[in-house]
Ligand binder design. Structure first.
Ligand code: SAM
Length: 153
C-alpha cells in the first residue's frame, strides 16, 4: 500500500523521519499536543532533507483531527505510556487507518509475573544491557552503572 502515514505523539520527529524514509510512504504527518515539539521537528526535518515529505499537526491522540481511513499506516513510538485512555487512543488510530493498513505501536513494557517466558526476556534484557555497558566502556571515559526500572533484580 502506498500513501500517507501518521505518526502519533511524534515529539521532535525521530520516529516520523524513519517512517518517511520507507519507500512506500509518500508523506508523513507527525502529530503531537505540544507545539514546541513540532517546532523542533520541523527544523530537524528541514536539516535532514525531509521537509517536503513531512508535515506536523498539533492534536490530541484521543481525538485525532482526521477523517476516517486517511492513512495507510499509523505509528506511535514511546507515546502510549503517556495516554490517559489507551483504548480510546488506539481506537482513534484504528479509525484513521485505511482498511488493510497497519497500526504500529512501539513501547517498552514491564514484564509482569514469573513465568518462563518472562524469565527468558528478563535474562535477555540483562545480557544486552551488559553488552551495551561493555561497548560504552570502550568509548566513554566515565561510565556509571544504573539499575534498570524494567528488571526486578
Ligand atoms: C517520549 S516522547 C516520544 C517522541 C517520539 N515518538 C520519539 O520516539 O522520538 C512522547 C511524546 O508524546 C506526546 N504526547 C503525550 N500524550 C499525547 C497525546 N495525548 N496526544 C498527542 N501527543 C501526546 C508528548 O508531547 C511527547 O512529545
Amino acid at each position: 500500500m502506498n500513501g500517507a502515514a501518521l505518526d502519533v505523539a511524534c515529539g521532535t520527529g525521530d520516529f516520523a523521519f524513519d517512517v518517511a524514509r520507507k519507500p512506500n510512504v509518500e508523506h508523513v504527518v507527525g502529530l503531537d499536543f505540544v507545539p514546541e515539539m513540532l517546532t523542533l521537528a520541523k527544523g530537524k526535518a528541514a536539516r535532514q532533507g525531509l521537509g517536503a515529505h513531512t508535515t506536523f499537526a498539533v492534536g490530541d491522540a484521543h481525538a485525532l483531527p482526521f477523517v476516517d481511513d486517511s492513512f495507510v499506516c499509523v505509528t506511535v513510538g514511546f507515546g502510549v505510556r503517556n495516554f490517559i485512555d489507551v483504548p480510546r487512543a488506539l481506537s482513534e488510530m484504528a479509525r484513521v487507518v485505511q482498511p488493510g493498513g497497519r497500526v504500529v505501536v512501539l513501547e517498552i513494557v514491564r514484564m509482569e509475573g514469573r513465568g518462563p517466558h518472562n524469565r527468558l526476556c528478563r535474562g535477555a534484557f540483562k545480557g544486552s544491557r551488559r553488552c551495551l555497558a561493555r561497548r560504552w566502556q570502550g568509548t566513554a571515559r566515565h561510565t556509571r552503572t544504573c539499575r534498570s526500572p524494567l528488571t526486578s533484580s
